[in-house]
Write a protein that binds this ligand. Structure first.
Ligand code: BT5
Length: 254
């Protein structure tokens, strides 16, 4: 498997047997100035990180935990699109494997309304005034072989559960890294194309949603699109101008 991963075009893949968090490993390497393209994956992640100080759990050898070091040559104000970019790559991967996945804004990958994958992008600053400067660590946790008994939360699902067949984790990871390279190129060079792809894969755009806004009462309305900064545009039920929701989670209402 190490050999299959070693030849992934565009990436330098390192496999560690066990680690608290692949994002922590790659963040440390980013701070040391490691070049773009490092990929770290593990058989057993013991203290995975989620967004907003939440955790990410996976039993050993039943899921993919992978983190990728990027140093995007695009203005910092476009970086909030990175998690959405990674979401596009994951959904394309999962669809290629025959599972009908969609993206819940900002970047939960859902199959039949259940969470198959989580994405955490962390920005890492370089030492002051140094080259190469800031990096983005794109972390992806994808439930591949988990059985129903192994799901950490009832809202989760896995590729094995959805497809009813055994899953080759290495093959999934190789496919994922190929889609990630393509989506990353698209995001840098043809952002409108990537935004259109995101829109097609979104299960949030077109839904009624509730969003918690910091320091304001919750916003309920129709999700109408994604703006150039990756924010969800919501047209309030109560009327008035569209609001761009930039952080946190939204709830789909039926
Ligand atoms: C995420 O956070 O979805 C981002 C998860 C990123 C994990 C990857 S694994 C590789 C890399 N290294 C790391 O340390 N992290 C990244 P968030 O949207 O906050 O969702 C977290 C919530 O998802 C938890 O509070 C649980 O409710 C739920 N959850 C935890 N483990 C899960 C799993 N395996 N499958 C589905 N849901 C899970």
């Amino acid at each position: 498997d190490q050999a299959r991963l070693a030849h992934t075009p565009g990436w330098r893949v390192e496999v560690v047997p066990e680690t608290p968090s692949t994002n922590a490993v790659v963040s440390a390497r980013a701070r040391e100035g490691t070049a773009e393209g490092l990929v770290v994956t593990t058989e057993h992640q013991t203290a995975g990180r989620g967004r907003l100080d939440r955790g990410w759990e996976m039993p050993p050898r039943a899921a993919i935990a992978v983190s990728v070091l990027l140093r995007p040559d695009v203005p910092a104000e476009r970086w909030p699109w990175l998690p959405l970019m990674a979401g596009v790559a994951v959904v394309e991967t999962v669809r290629e494997l025959g599972c009908d996945a969609g993206l819940k804004w900002p970047n939960d990958v859902l199959v039949h309304g259940r969470k198959l994958c989580g994405i955490l992008v962390e920005r890492v600053e370089g030492p002051a005034g140094s080259k190469p400067g800031a990096a983005a660590v794109v972390g992806i946790g994808l439930n591949t072989s988990l059985t129903a008994d192994e799901l950490p939360v009832p809202t989760a699902t896995s590729l094995a559960i959805e497809s009813g067949a055994p899953v080759d984790r290495t093959e999934v990871l190789v496919t994922l890294l190929a889609h990630l390279a393509t989506a990353y190129d698209a995001w840098r060079e043809r952002p409108d194309e990537l935004a259109a792809a995101y829109g097609r894969l979104s299960v949030t755009v077109g839904e009624r949603v509730r969003a918690e806004l910091p320091g304001r009462s919750a916003l309920v309305g129709q999700a109408t699109g994604i703006d150039p900064w990756g924010r969800l545009e919501v047209r309030p039920d109560q009327g008035g101008e569209s609001v761009a929701v930039g952080a946190g989670d939204v709830v789909h209402l039926r």
